[in-house]
Design a protein around this ligand. Structure first.
Ligand SMILES: Nc1nc2c(ncn2[C@@H]2O[C@H](COP(=O)(O)OP(=O)(O)OP(=O)(O)O)[C@@H](O)[C@H]2O)c(=O)[nH]1
Ligand SMILES: [Mg+2]
Length: 139
């Protein structure tokens, strides 16, 4: 696909704040710091459209990017960031899981895993969670 235009639409703290339009969307999920936001920049051939950091926990909201005025690519906060408090981890989980369960525009999820390591327990747990809820995904 040729990427003609890319616009950052908005950041949302929960699924009810997400863009109202009915355009289809694809979301990226994976561990904090695995490179979700970097992959978005690479796929879109833009250096800074999604914010990245060498420290985990950079993406903290649901970020919508409008591609070719046609569909949304969605950058989600990562999971498994050991240094963050349990309360913050639970907040992430609620935000992302509620989005994944209720967002009608979501067509499928791209789960990014670090190929240098064996599948991590949390990756497997969340992939099974997606499967049990019949949310289409690709790893
Ligand atoms: N070695 C290597 N480093 C990468 C790769 N992709 C991203 N990085 C680096 O990994 C770090 C984290 O990248 P991000 O794209 O911010 O990761 P993220 O998954 O969005 O992280 P959160 O927003 O915390 O969930 C940055 O320092 C990137 O430069 C890759 O393919 N290989
Ligand atoms: Mg990120």
């Amino acid at each position: 696909m040729k990427i003609k235009t890319v616009f950052f639409t908005k950041s949302s703290a929960n699924h009810t704040q997400c863009p109202q339009e009915s355009k289809p969307e694809l979301a990226l999920m994976g561990r904090s710091n695995v490179g979700k936001s970097s992959l978005i920049n690479m796929l879109l051939d833009r250096k800074q459209v999604a914010k990245i950091s060498s420290k985990p926990g950079k993406t903290q909201l649901i970020n919508h990017f409008l591609i070719n005025s046609d569909w949304h690519l969605v950058d989600l906060p990562g999971y498994g960031w050991a240094k963050v408090s349990k309360a913050k981890r639970q907040e992430w989980e609620k935000m992302v899981k509620t989005y994944l369960l209720h967002r009608k525009q979501l067509n499928f999820v791209l789960v990014l895993v670090d190929a240098r390591h064996k599948p991590q327990k949390l990756d497997v747990t969340l992939i099974n969670w997606l499967g049990a809820r019949e949310i289409p995904f690709v790893i």
